[in-house]
Design a protein around this ligand. Structure first.
Ligand code: BG6
Length: 301
């Protein structure tokens, strides 16, 4: 009899703090519990599916109808989009948002640090990734679970030519009612609107979700805050080395076409996605690295 997949990862566990268990669909996940907060990350896609600071409710949205299998993306949590965002420009058959969110990653390490736990996972280019993209790369995703959720995506160019890619930490936040959220954004904040043939618009005042919303905000450096009067909390997202923030909610009609989203679930989610996409794609020289970081916090209401 073959040993369960989770046995392969026993060496990384920290008893009572971080364990590798079988999750939905039998996919292995790391479950973290500390005094400051708890969380979960699947090896499938290095996909964070839960984060709950102590004394708070769950912060991430996860669909009840998500599919849990190789080759499919989990609906909710924080998918990693790489090396392209949305469709691949020169290949309509290529998987949306790239290929790393639908494959198994490996655990690199699990460490404790000041009330938090850092889970690092990695994946590398191989014959399968080269079917879609010829590049040589190594990705490490370091996730810190504690009173904050820290995420750091590190891309290393392991090839001999320059590497160009888009990337996003496609975070789905759980909200009480998306129509009642107010997202604070500085004035004169420009965005491309996918629901309006990608034309450029200027944000004046808060971002309110009143219809399908699919926007790439440009040159975003400041923190973004989502105020949720129903769950009575504010979620702040701070980032580094990310010049775009995508704001997405499919709204009723698009959501009804998504087989992995339950009816009405679109009202309980808002995606705020630290990213580098479109003309902000990143270029990394051979042997060099790029790190994009994002931190989510629940702050006073
Ligand atoms: C968002 C994109 O980031 O992800 C949207 O801006 C897209 O255009 C959405 O529809 C969901 O993508 P997917 O591939 O997970 O259904």
């Amino acid at each position: 009899m073959t040993a369960p997949l989770t046995d392969l990862y026993r060496q990384f566990e920290i008893p009572g703090v971080a364990e590798v268990v079988s999750g939905n669909g039998g996919l292995p996940k790391v479950r973290v519990t500390t005094a400051e907060g708890s969380g979960e990350i699947y090896l499938h896609g290095a996909h964070v599916t839960s984060w709950k600071p102590a004394a708070e409710d769950e912060v991430l949205f996860l669909s009840a109808k998500s599919q849990w299998e190789d080759g499919r993306a989990i609906r909710g949590g924080v998918p990693i989009c790489f090396p392209w965002f949305r469709g691949k420009a020169d290949d309509p058959k290529a998987p949306a948002h790239g290929f790393v969110r639908t494959k198994a990653w490996q655990i690199e390490s699990i460490k404790q640090a000041a009330g938090a736990v850092i889970v690092s996972m990695f994946t590398e280019s191989d014959d399968n990734t080269k079917k879609w993209w010829p590049a040589e790369f190594r990705l490490v995703h370091r996730v810190t679970f504690g009173s904050e959720l820290g995420m750091e995506l590190e891309v290393t160019n392991t090839g001999k030519t320059s590497l160009q890619f888009e990337e996003a930490l496609h975070a789905y936040f759980r909200v009480g009612n998306v129509e009642m959220t107010h997202t604070q954004a500085p004035d004169a904040f420009h965005y491309y609107d996918k629901t309006d043939v990608h034309t450029k618009h200027t944000q004046l005042g808060e971002i309110m979700i009143t219809s399908e919303t699919d926007r790439v905000y440009l040159n975003t450096r400041d923190p973004i805050e989502v105020e949720d009067p129903v769950l009575k909390r504010r979620i702040r997202v701070t980032k580094e080395n990310s010049l775009n923030t995508v704001v997405w909610n499919p709204w009723e009609q698009k959501a009804a076409l998504m087989s992995d989203l339950a009816k009405e679930e679109w009202t309980q989610m808002l995606c705020i996605e630290p990213s580098n996409v479109l003309s902000f794609a990143v270029e990394v020289a051979p042997g060099q690295q790029h790190k994009m970081k994002a931190v989510a916090q629940v702050v006073d209401f």
